[in-house]
Design a protein around this ligand. Sequence first.
Ligand code: HEM
Length: 512
Amino acid sequence: MQWLTLILATTVVTVAYAFWKTYASRRLHPLSAIPGPPLAAITDWYISYFALKGNLHYQINKWHNAYGPVVRIGPEFVVFNQPSSYHDLYAGPSKLLKSERYAAVSASHDPNTISAIEKETVNTKRQPHLATWNGSMMQRSEERVVGVISTFLSNLVQPLANPDAGERPDALWSASHDLGEKCTHLATDIAMGLTFGDDPALLKSETHHWIPSVMDFAGQRAVACAMQPWIYKLKLDRIMLAVARKGILTLGKWATDRTFERRRQGINEVSRDLFDSMMTSHRGKKDREFRGKDMWLEAFVMLGVGTTTTGPTMSSIFFYMLHNPQVLEKATAEIRSTFSSLDDIRMGDTLKGCSYLRACIDETLRMVPPVALPLPRRIPAEGAFIGGTFMPGGIDVASTLYALHRNGECFPEPNTFKPERWLDTETESYKKAKEAFKPFSEGPRICVGRGLAEMELNLTVARTLYTYDMRLAPGPEGCCASAKSGRCADRTYVSYAGASVSGPSVQVRKVV
Ligand code: HEM
């Protein structure tokens, strides 16, 4: 009988608390006037569910379409979807700092470049990256980038497995390749090569093919914790970590061994990788000097960006080109008429002059920004105006690049791949689009790797188009086989800390 009373009392208290919490968060809270999904106003578990599934970027876009440019996505979390609010959030006079939600983005409880919050720590962490990924240093890296791209290109041309195909024109086409996978391997080899001075050769052997999936998992854990900070505070993520324990331990050991070995080799002023910059940037400044663990943490940052940003963007560029044959034709013609040999395709004014290629890259970064989830900032105690709306102190605010880039007011026909929108720089529509186009973000926390990303994207796409004709793999393995209209309409992707993609499946044919 006593048990029954206890259960009854607990139920009544829980229900009463749930009612009170709902009423308070929806009626009495300073954010109660801001529209949004009802459950989101009550608990952060709501968005963390979508974050875990990898589709929060699509949900937030839907919510903006349903509720407008300012949406409450958590009890104390609001997202904005206009260029002016984006500027206020990330580069405005309020100088908002990152929210503590970023803590789990580090592989340890110590901060890395992405999770650092205080200005001084941020400057310390960013410095070696800025020293490695700037103009003159990037020129030194070009040779290595071109070398990895050459391996990528020779990988693609493996012949068709069917020996009977010899008499058919199909024999000229290669076997089918999952470009999503290949481009991720390419970007990881480049990022790791420029970090450690030596790459894990994902393009050459299968030994390290497990790395991207472990990094996907790490990104999934990080965003689940960022969207529901109690997961991190109560260490619930350790349950998640237990599930993928083996892969994480193997990756941790791999990065530790690499860090140890690279530090043992010492500084190489000539080739200059990220470790060189970390060992030299704050030399002699006791409180800023990078320790072994700091370097290890940055190696993880590079693993993350290597596997989940540039690689997925590259394969998405090919995805859109291959699904829009006239675009592929135009971009290919531009590259082949501009360059007379593969070796000529280098960074510089000639490649910069390939405006159609540039437009294809930008249009892809618009439609599939790899960093697609809200990038939370914390409102200081005195409050701040974001896009004209006053936000009280302590609230987390953000913008979501996926939603901003699909905002129909800034980009007419937002779900259509149209490189042409970037070609005429004098038009009003171009200026409007440019203002809302922030794939690398802006302000003091703008991406430090933009120069490297641009180099990888331009050189890879230009060199591939120069070397090969390309087509979507025919038959059931092709990506359009299951599309109702017979053609995939848009690139879909899973969004954690970066993007996770698969496909398209393609074949290539050497240009004679
Ligand atoms: C297409 C490729 C890439 C895109 C679209 C991209 C985009 C972004 C965005 C939007 C941010 C801001 C995140 C935030 O506010 O929390 C960011 C930050 C960052 N990116 Fe990239 N990124 C790319 C590639 C790279 C590469 C190749 C590197 C490494 C060389 C890199 C290193 C970083 C780092 C370290 C930060 C943190 C900067 C800070 O918070 O101060 N990214 N990136």
